[in-house]
Design a protein around this ligand. Structure first.
Ligand code: FPP
Ligand code: MG
Length: 304
């Protein structure tokens, strides 16, 4: 199963998708919590890793629907740091699935290029086995020139860890005694936000969680302060295009109320981001170095 499926729409589905696309605002960025793979596996009497594998196939359909609807950014929660507490069989099974899928991605980069898909893995990837780190780093570097759809895979991720990493980066820079150091007065929300794994992404407009759980599970807690939350009972491997469109419609209903506020916020951030006084020269230098160091790390991991 490829990362982007060849989903075949029925005429009715195509019509419904087109209607949704051209009636009002669609979300720019959707974050999916793909929950319910093991309950699905139990209900079908299949192994739980097969349940996760069917979950991946569904992700490939969902990506196709997002591409066709014109969504620009998708973030998906594939492996929480909390998941390390699961049985070693399951953790190893999930890593094998990820190895398989990232290796396959590297073989089908032409297809990703054709759709302009850039893969970014959000998380503390140094917690992962070295061979998986290498595959992930290679996939990120190989697709870094694409910019039509950003696919962020949260892997070895929790918000608490992400925020801790951001604080560590800032602390490290305030302890530097050279010109690249930060001053305590440079520390504010915008600086911390710029140090998160998602620093190059707008916040999700919609968070979509399957399986009836109405929790956030330490996922993008910083980023979702104004996101619309949509919960559905359906288990992730069973989600249909109709469930997907129901989530988009719920977003449209909710966002029509908060749209003006959100638009103003985006405009404000975009204007500020363009001005050099948004960040001082010192902070700009620090952020530039942070990006360069993270890229250097990817190059080192990819060549390990
Ligand atoms: C949650 O269901 C799902 C996961 C913990 C794993 C999701 C991973 C995939 C769909 C594969 C993704 C792989 C890549 C490379 C992107 P659950 O296990 O919590 O199921 P339950 O809620 O029924 O117990
Ligand atoms: Mg679960």
């Amino acid at each position: 199963m490829s990362w982007v499926s060849d989903y075949q729409y029925t005429c009715l589905q195509k019509l419904a998708l087109n209607t949704l696309q051209f009636s009002g605002q669609i979300p720019h960025h959707i974050a999916f919590v793909m929950d319910g793979n093991r309950r699905f596996a139990r209900s079908k009497h299949i192994d739980k890793i097969e349940g996760h594998s069917r979950g991946f196939s569904k992700l490939a359909d969902v990506l196709r629907w997002c591409l066709d609807l014109g969504i620009r950014e998708v973030t998906t929660f594939a492996f929480s740091i909390e998941n390390f507490k699961r049985s070693s069989d399951e953790v190893e099974g999930l890593f094998n699935l990820a190895r398989d899928k990232f290796a396959q991605l590297l073989k089908e980069t032409d297809r990703l290029d054709e759709h302009g898909i850039r893969i970014r893995v959000l998380g503390n990837i140094e917690l992962l086995p070295a061979d998986l780190q290498r595959l992930i780093a290679s996939a990120m570097l190989r697709t870094e020139h694409n910019d039509k759809l950003f696919l962020n895979v949260a892997f070895a991720y929790t918000s608490r860890d992400e925020i801790t990493q951001a604080v560590e980066s800032v602390l490290h820079a305030t302890n530097e005694n050279d010109d690249d150091g930060l001053l305590p007065t440079d520390i504010n929300e915008r600086l911390l936000e710029a140090c998160l794994y998602t620093r190059h992404s707008p916040p999700p407009d919609l968070v979509f969680r399957t399986s009836g759980e109405t929790r956030l599970s330490d996922f993008m807690m910083w980023q979702i302060k104004s996101s619309v939350l949509y919960f559905t009972e359906v288990l992730w491997p069973q989600i249909t295009i109709w469930n997907f469109m129901a989530g988009i419609s719920a977003y449209k209903r909710d966002s029509s109320r908060i749209d003006d506020f959100r638009r103003e916020q985006r405009l404000h951030s975009a204007q500020l981001a363009k001005t050099s006084d948004f960040y001082s020269l010192r902070v700009q230098k620090f952020l530039h170095k942070l990006d360069a160091n993270r890229r250097k790390l990817l190059i080192a991991l990819a060549s390990n």
